[in-house]
Design a protein. Sequence first.
Length: 319
Amino acid sequence: MIGFLGALGLAEWLGLASVSAVVLGAFRFRARPKRGASTVIATPRTTALQGDAGGAPPPGSSPADLHRARVQAGTDAFRETRGSVVLRIVHHSDYEYVDEHTAIEVIDALRAAGKDAPVDIILHTPGGLLSAAQQILHALKHHRGRKTAFIPYSAWSAGTMIALACDEIVLGSSAVIGPIDPQLGGLPAPLLAELLDDKSNDRINDQMLVIAKMAKQSVKETKAFACDYVNPVHNGGNQSCALTNDLIGSGRNHQAPIMPQEAKAMGLNVSMEMPELLYQICQPPPEEEAFLTVNLFGSRIDQKTAALLDLKPLDTLKR
């Protein structure tokens, strides 16, 4: 329960795959991937500054370097074809999601692009933190240029909400979006909030009572700002909250997929004219080869350190 409550410190819009990363974060230390590998802004200016434009990877490049070069080349080609600012929010690991770094990168890119610049967002993400998503939604709402979300495969939770802030959503033929109900410690906030109605307070322990009240507040806040930031084009041109309220409190499982045909039936401004290039851009990187580090001088790893690093305690290592 202590670890569970520790994870509740972050309110999130996350798919189940990434919820595990948040929950595990309360128990064990994990190194985050290098930033910039999954969220990349592609404009003529920033691409030149990043030094990724032009030229082939040097001989002897690793498979990961070759993959990054192919993805960057594809992104540059897409940007040039569209004449737009391209925001690539692509996550493949359980430990990658929309966070404060993503928000900073998107906000700065939109600030540099100019208010009327067209923006294309390539999304492949399990979701992320509510606070970071709200910052991105705010920036998109106040950007005057046309905004188009491209989802070749999937954009769950916060990814769905980012797509809903755009003027058009382009889905792959089998792509999915999903509900946007907030999660607390990997559990759906709407269901946690129902504890207050299903049980009397004297039948709920103090910790769960606090959690249920947090969940109720989270649902209220999410409904308010989701309704505010959804693009009216997905609501038939009006500011109704019916769509976002349905995606938050309809009783769907957080990972219940919404396929393109259902998205259209719900009234979303959806097309399925997905450029083939974007499927390539969203391919996962090659897995890095496992390696073993051996201490040649002999040492002993105590149980506390082993637990922190998620290692099994080892006996003395000898030459």
